[in-house]
Each structure stands twice: as C-alpha cells, then as structure tokens.
Write a protein that binds this ligand. Structure first.
Ligand code: ASP
Length: 439
C-alpha cells in the first residue's frame, strides 16, 4: 500500500503542528510520500509565510531594504526547527534567497521558497529524502502544467526513493524558471505525485474533518460527508464550496485514485472520501448545499417565441459577443431568462439590452439584480421521490420566495434562485429539512 499525504499550511504552522503531522505519518507505514505547504497562520490575524514572501519580494523589487522582512520569515522556520529539537541550518538557503531577491528572480520564485524551505525542514524531521519540485514538476513556456512530462519525471525520480518529501505549489519550466500554481496549489502537487506513483490513496490533511454538507458560516456545525463523487464535488466547488484546489481533481481522477480529506487536529475522524463512483448510499438524500450571491437575471419575453427557430442562439450570441458567460438559462413558452454574474454584466448592461433588441425584437426585457443561486447536489436524488417537493416546501415554510428552479437532466443537482437577502435563510431551511429532520 502506498499513500501520498499532503499537509496544508495550518497543519504545519508551528512545531506543535509539525509534531502532530509526524505522528500521523509514523502511524502508518504506507504514508511514504509527503507533500507539504508553507507554514500557514498560527492564530487568527497571523500572516502565512507565502504572503510574507510576496510582501518581502515586493519590497526587494522597489529597491527597499527587505532585511527585516526576510529575518521575520527566517524566524518562522527557526521557531519550528528549535521546537522540534532539530540541528538543521538554513543559512545557505537564506543567503541564496537574499541574493535572488536582490537580482529580482521573480515573484513566483519568491513565493515558492515557502514550500521549498518547509520541505527541507520536513525531510530533516522525518528522515525522508528531499526531492526539489523544480526538478520534477514541469511547466511549459506559457506557464501551464506539462502533465505528461511531469508524470514521467516524477515517476522516474520517485521510483528511486522509498520515502520522500516533495514540496508543494511550485515547479519549473524547461529552462529552470521557477513557476507556481495558483494559490492553494500544493493540493495539485499532491495529486500529481499520487498519479505518478500510482498511489492507493491521496490523503489531503487540513483543518476540517472533510467536506461539510454546507457552509459553517451559514449553518452552525454542519455534518461532514463520508463520500462524495468527483461529479458532485465539481458542482459544489463551482458554487463556492472550497476545501480543495479545483485542479487537484483531474490527475487522480484519471487513475481512479480516491482522495481522502482528513483533519490533522482530529486524526481519528475518517474524513471525506472523494471517489469516481460509488454504490454507497449517501447518509442523507442530498450530498451537499452550496451557493453564491451576486447574480443578475435578464428576462426576455416575446409572444410566439417557442416557434422561432434560433431564438435562443441569437440571445446567447449577444452575451458571447460581449464576453459574458451565462450561468443558467431557464425558459418558458414565451420567455427566456439568462442568469449572469452581476459584476461581469453591470458595465455592459446597455450594450446587451441593445443587442437583444436588435437580435430578436422582443416584446419586453426585464432585469433583476442581487440574486443568489443555491445548488442542492446529490447522487441520491435520482432514486428518491419527492426531493424537489421537500426543498420547496421547506423554502415556503421559511418564507423564501423562489425566483428560479433549474434541474439538470442528470438529476445530480437542483439549482434554485432566490434574493441575495434570503440566501442564508434558504440554505438553512434546506439543510434542516434533509439533515436535521432526516425523513
Ligand atoms: N502556500 C501556498 C498558498 O498559501 C500554496 C498552498 O498552501 O497550497 O497558497
């Protein structure tokens, strides 16, 4: 059994957290490949090392004296090294970083040092081999991941190590220029490593016990899910549920490797498994509820619209011409409504309206702003009668006015549009009816 274990910044913020991580790794022989993030926040209001590096590098680029900022970063690592009782020295590394900052080696290079240094500390602490991500994660000239090359490089390099630490978040181009993924990108590194070594499981350790059924800022202490499929996860993360970097799904998904989200502070919790497919029934009919505020709807009415071939295409063309993507397009006999992101739409509003008039000569165009969309996602909905009924009666009881309903034919999710100011009430009502009432 081979496992790749990735630890997020909060799991590695100080020596105490490192010790928990050490215990987790040592408790299972199979946890052989470790992907660390940079040290995160030790307490609320603290600054992540990655952000300290961005700031320090910005000062270097302005030609300002950045020695104090760099010393503060160094202290973050030495605090961990001392706390763990290690004799590791990072003096050479910091001298190199200082020189590279002075030579303006690049913002991404600067940020990558957080993971690079933490990888060094982790390797020394565990007695594992250190594999620099710059030598095994390859980006092309356009700074996009070269997945094929990366898979080959990683596979070849790791075949030679029984146990290794591979820092997350960065890689390099062919010419050696260090490049990073977007923020939170250590998740992607973990996934690439898991694919390359054909891991049995990719464990992603963080500070929550898996995916919660809904946002804890809306519902107090929501329950965690046991299992979620990749498709369900896509729907939920698109609607704002964030635990894992979006791009972390693809490499392991292709190989059928499950991701297990775990909590470093509660290793006894089993966390959530993200899998390709499962016959395990979800604990509740729904798997999760997520949503976003800030949408706008444009309602276009024209009698006999239903018999006009090409009507929908012409309308959507207007949005395309303005570079606006649409979210949902529910339609009726004589109406078609287009949901868009308010911030993408606002500036181009008048051009769109004029374009619609020109394209289809509507009887009437009406707009509504400050709308929220809620996605109720669940593979279990397909085989269960009355799911939609329960959702809408719960919303009616909570006095929420439903403005739009859209159920994809995959029956994996139901999208509901409500006013921004009824968003939280709606999410709570749906959570209560499925999770608390549990009938
Ligand atoms: N340290 C990076 C960040 O703060 C990457 C990561 O943690 O995955 O975004």
């Amino acid at each position: 059994m081979k496992k790749v274990v990735k630890f997020g910044g909060s799991s590695l913020a100080n020596a105490e957290q490192f010790e928990k991580v050490g215990e987790i790794i040592r408790s299972e022989e199979s946890r052989r490949y470790v992907v660390p993030s940079a040290p995160g926040k030790r307490f609320s209001g603290d600054t992540k090392v990655t952000d300290m590096l961005y700031q320090c590098y910005a000062a270097a680029c302005e030609g300002a004296d950045f020695s104090e900022q760099l010393a503060a970063i160094k202290e973050r690592y030495y605090e961990i090294i001392r706390g763990l009782g290690l004799t590791l020295s990072l003096e050479e590394e910091f001298q190199q970083i200082e020189a590279d900052f002075k030579a303006q080696a690049g913002r991404e290079y600067a940020a990558s040092r957080g993971e690079f240094l933490n990888g060094k500390v982790m390797a020394a602490y565990l007695g594992y081999e250190f594999v620099d991500a710059a030598s095994v994660i390859r980006f092309d000239k356009n700074k996009n991941l070269d997945a094929e090359k990366t898979d080959k490089l990683l596979g070849k390099r790791l075949a030679k190590c029984e146990r290794a630490v591979i820092p997350g978040f960065y890689g390099a181009m062919e010419d050696g220029t260090v490049t990073t993924f977007s923020r939170g990108g250590s998740d992607v590194t973990g996934s690439l490593v898991a694919k390359a070594i054909r891991a049995d499981v990719y464990e992603n350790w963080t500070d929550v016990s898996g995916f919660l059924v809904t946002d804890p800022r809306i519902v107090e202490n929501p329950v965690a899910m046991d299992t979620i499929t990749y498709r369900e996860l896509r729907e939920l993360s698109y609607m704002g549920a964030t635990v894992l970097h979006e791009d972390a799904i693809f490499p392991v998904r292709k190989e059928g490797i499950p991701i297990n989200i775990r909590n470093t502070n509660r290793p006894e919790d089993k966390g959530t498994f993200i899998v390709e497919s499962t016959c395990k029934k979800p604990r509740y009919v729904i798997t999760g509820i997520a949503g976003k505020k800030g949408f706008c709807s444009i309602n276009i009415e024209k009698s006999m619209m239903n018999s006009e071939i090409g009507f929908g295409r012409k309308i959507l063309q207007v949005f395309e011409d303005q570079g606006i993507s649409f979210e949902h397009v529910p339609s009726g006999i004589d109406t078609m409504t287009v949901f868009v992101h308010q911030d993408e739409f606002e500036d181009k509003e008048q051009q769109v309206i004029a374009g619609i008039h020109r394209a289809v000569q509507p009887d009437f165009v009406e707009m509504e702003s400050d709308l929220a969309l809620i996605a109720v996602v669940g593979r279990g909905m397909k085989s269960q009668r009355g799911t939609a009924g329960r959702i809408f009666s719960a919303l009616a009881h909570a006095n929420v006015n439903v403005k739009m309903i859209d159920q994809g034919s995959s029956e994996l999710n139901i999208i509901i549009g409500v006013s921004n100011n009824e968003f939280e009430t709606a999410v709570k009502a749906i959570y209560d009816i499925f999770v608390l009432t549990q009938i």
